[in-house]
Design a protein around this ligand. Structure first.
Ligand code: PMP
Length: 427
C-alpha cells in the first residue's frame, strides 16, 4: 500500500475495502489484550516447583532461620545470584521483596526526602527537580516522577541506547537534573541493548552532572534472552569504578519475569555509601524482607547456570509469540511506509510507530474491535507522545492463535487509520 502515490479513487476504494474487513472483525466480538508485559500462565507454571521446595528446611546456607525477622540485606545465596545478574560484587547487593519497582520508588523517595549524601543533599531542598527520560520508555518510571512532582525531560532512544550527545548536553548544562531512567538491556519498549560505548558514557555522567545526580539503572530484562546468543551488556559498575563514579548509579532487577510476577524477589545494587544510606530509610519501613521466599528462589536456582536453563524454557514459550507479531508486521508493512517497528532479541515488547498523528486513533479502532492496546502516549512522560505515533505491543500473554487474530485487527486498524488520514489531508 503506497498511500502517497495512490490516486484519490484508489484511496477511497482502499477505505471501503478496509471498512468492510474491519466491520467483519468487529462482528466477531473479540476480547483480546496486548497491553501489559506480564508472563503467560504457561511461563508462570515453569516455577511451580517452588511450592513446597523448602520441605520444612527454612535454614539458609549461613545458618539463618529465614522464618524470623531481620536481615535487611537479604540472604547470602540470593545476594550472590543478584550480584551475578547485575555484574557487581556480592557486597553491593540488597535483596528485597517481590517488586523492583517498589525499590525504585523507595530509592527515588529516599533521594528526594533524605538525600543519599546526607540531609543537605535531599533533592527536595532544591527546586525544580528534573529527570531525563529516554523515549519511548517505561510508563511506571514516569509515574514515579509524576507522583513526586519531578519534571521530566526527554532524549530519544537509538538502537544503541539513549542519544548520548543530547543526554550529556542536558546533564552538563542543567544542575537541576538529578536523575536518569535507563532500561539498559532489551529496553521497554524498543528492545534496544545499550552498547558498551553508551554504558561507558552513562557511567561518566556522574562527573559532569550537578550534585546529587543518580542513574536509575533498571535491568529488568537482564537474563530475558530469546535468541541462542544473548546480547552482551557491559557492567556499568565496572565502568563506574574506572571513572570514579561508583556513587552515581543505582541498579535494579527482579525475578518477576523469571519466577512469579507477583511473588518474585527484587534486587538493588549500589556502592556501599549508597546502600548504607538507603538502608537507613528502609530499616525504618521494615524489619526485613521475606527471606522464606528468597530461600525458595535460592533452592530453585542454585546457580546462575540453573537460572539460564530456566530462562531458555521461557524463551521457548514466548519466541513463537514474538515471531507471530513480527511476521504479521513484516507481511503488512515490510514494503510500505505505514509503520516502523523495533524489537530486540529478548525482553517483553515490540515498539511500533504509526505515521505521525495516528497512534491514538489506532488504539481506539482496535479497542472498538475488541483488542486492547497500551494507551497511546503511555511510552512518553505525562502520557504525551508529541508525534502521537508510538504503540507498545506486549505479546506474551495471548497464545499464538489469539495473537494472530489480534494482529490481524491491529494491521487493519493501522491501514484504516492511515488511509483515512491520507484522504483527509488531500481534501
Ligand atoms: N522495570 C521494567 C522496565 C519493567 O518492564 C517492569 C515490568 N513490566 C518492571 C520494572 C516491574 O518490575 P517488578 O515486578 O520487579 O516491580
Amino acid at each position: 500500500m503506497q498511500l502517497d502515490q495512490a490516486t484519490a479513487e484508489k484511496l477511497q476504494q482502499w477505505e471501503r475495502d478496509l471498512n468492510a474487513e474491519y466491520e467483519q472483525l468487529q462482528s466477531r466480538s473479540l476480547n483480546l489484550d496486548l497491553t501489559r508485559g506480564k508472563p503467560s500462565a504457561e511461563q508462570l507454571s515453569l516455577s511451580n516447583a517452588m511450592d513446597g521446595i523448602l520441605a520444612g528446611d527454612y535454614t539458609s546456607a549461613d545458618g539463618t532461620d529465614t522464618r524470623n525477622y531481620g536481615g535487611i540485606d537479604g540472604i547470602k545465596e540470593m545476594k550472590r545470584l543478584g550480584a551475578e545478574i547485575l555484574q557487581v560484587d556480592d557486597g553491593e547487593v540488597l535483596v528485597g521483596g517481590n517488586s523492583s519497582l517498589t525499590l525504585m520508588f523507595q530509592a527515588v523517595l529516599h533521594a528526594y526526602l533524605f538525600g543519599f549524601d546526607g540531609p543537605q543533599s535531599a533533592w527536595s531542598r532544591q527546586q525544580p527537580v528534573q529527570f531525563v527520560c529516554p523515549v519511548p520508555g517505561y510508563d511506571r518510571h514516569f509515574a514515579i516522577c509524576e507522583q513526586l512532582g519531578i519534571e521530566m525531560l526527554t532524549v530519544p532512544m537509538t538502537a544503541a541506547g539513549p542519544d548520548m550527545d543530547a543526554l550529556e548536553n542536558l546533564v552538563r548544562n542543567d544542575p537541576a537534573i538529578k536523575g536518569l531512567w535507563c532500561v539498559p538491556k532489551y529496553s521497554n519498549p524498543t528492545g534496544a541493548v545499550y552498547s558498551a560505548a553508551v554504558v561507558e558514557r552513562i557511567a561518566g555522567l556522574g562527573r559532569i552532572a550537578g550534585a546529587g545526580f543518580r542513574v536509575f539503572w533498571d535491568n529488568a530484562y537482564a537474563v530475558h534472552d530469546l535468541g541462542d546468543t544473548p546480547a552482551a551488556l557491559a557492567s556499568i559498575m565496572d565502568c563506574c569504578r574506572k571513572q570514579g563514579t561508583e556513587d552515581s548509579v543505582i541498579q535494579f532487577a527482579s525475578t518477576s519475569k523469571i519466577t512469579f510476577a507477583g511473588a518474585g524477589v527484587a534486587f538493588m545494587a549500589a556502592s556501599a555509601a549508597n546502600l548504607n544510606a538507603f538502608k537507613g530509610s528502609l530499616g525504618i519501613a521494615t524489619i526485613g524482607p521475606d527471606k522464606v521466599n528468597q530461600l525458595r528462589h535460592a533452592r530453585l536456582f542454585p546457580s546462575l547456570a540453573a537460572l539460564h536453563d530456566h530462562m531458555r524454557k521461557h524463551a521457548q514459550i514466548i519466541k513463537p509469540r514474538f515471531a507471530c507479531v513480527l511476521d504479521q508486521l513484516e507481511a503488512a508493512f515490510g514494503h510500505c511506509d505505514l509503520g516502523r517497528w523495533e524489537s530486540g532479541s529478548g525482553g517483553y515488547f515490540i515498539s511500533f510507530s504509526t505515521r505521525p498523528g495516528l497512534a491514538a486513533e489506532v488504539v481506539r479502532l482496535a479497542a472498538a474491535a475488541g483488542v486492547k492496546l497500551t494507551p497511546a502516549g503511555a511510552t512518553f512522560p505525562y502520557g504525551r507522545d508529541p508525534d502521537d505515533s508510538n504503540i507498545r505491543i506486549a505479546p506474551t500473554v495471548p497464545n499464538v492463535a489469539e495473537l494472530d487474530t489480534a494482529m490481524q485487527v491491529f494491521v487493519i486498524c493501522v491501514k484504516l487509520a492511515s488511509v483515512r488520514q491520507a484522504i483527509a489531508t488531500r481534501q
